[in-house]
Design a protein around this ligand. Sequence first.
Ligand SMILES: [Zn+2]
Length: 280
Amino acid sequence: MPDTTISKSPNSDCRILVLGAHPDDAEFFAGGLLHEHKRRGSQIRLVSVTNGQSGHHRDSSDVLVARRRLEASESGRVLGCEYVCWDFPDGSLQPTLQVREAIIREIRSFAPDLVLTHRPWDYHPDHRAVGQAVQDASYMVMVPKIAPGYSVPKQEPVVAYMVDLFTRPVAFRADFVLDASEHLAGILKMLACHRSQFYEWMPWIERIEDMPSEPQAWSDWFKRFFLEKTAARGTRFWDPSWGSLPLLVEAFEVSEYAGKFSAQRQNQLFPACRSNIQGS
Ligand SMILES: [Zn+2]
């Protein structure tokens, strides 16, 4: 498979937008690539399309929305970027015209070179809805009469899907694969900001029984949990010819429905990544 040596040139004119369904999706699925971009000076903006109102067994939705918004902004501060939560309801998202036009306006105002999102195939209906809405927005973002009032971008951004392990109706294709191990600490620091999610809701919904009761033991426990949760990414997408299996792997699939990707932009858009795209 082709491999590409990566230069460490500054990337200050590169703009990265993540459109995730929930507060925490961006860093859970793409935290390593985001840290690589930060290191190179890219401008980053993280968006949770839903408000996170449903993922809790005790807090009311109002309380939860406020908590999750605060947690997301703390996580954004760790990376050094803005992390916003929109108001669409968590757990009930549909790829409506309203969601599509919000995405079009977001892309026009931030003018990203690369948009990261979910595939339209995934276990979570909100993930599928965001993936579908981004796909629906991808051509329309260039049509001035749609969602008027915002100028269309100079060029349509490249859209890439964040890693998933689902195989039906079609399996994820790992166009770019990142050894994200060196960013593990930074990713865990971002994820730890989402206390209501990872230390409260997830242990409850997943019936986790080995979470320690003492908060000072939570970070070690969560590190083990996160690495177990993400281990299959490496076994699925890491080519052994690249070297021994990394601790943490991320992968990205370029959407065929958005801006055209050219191999010359690999170092800019997917820094430090291995490429499976022929000819790159
Ligand atoms: Zn999610």
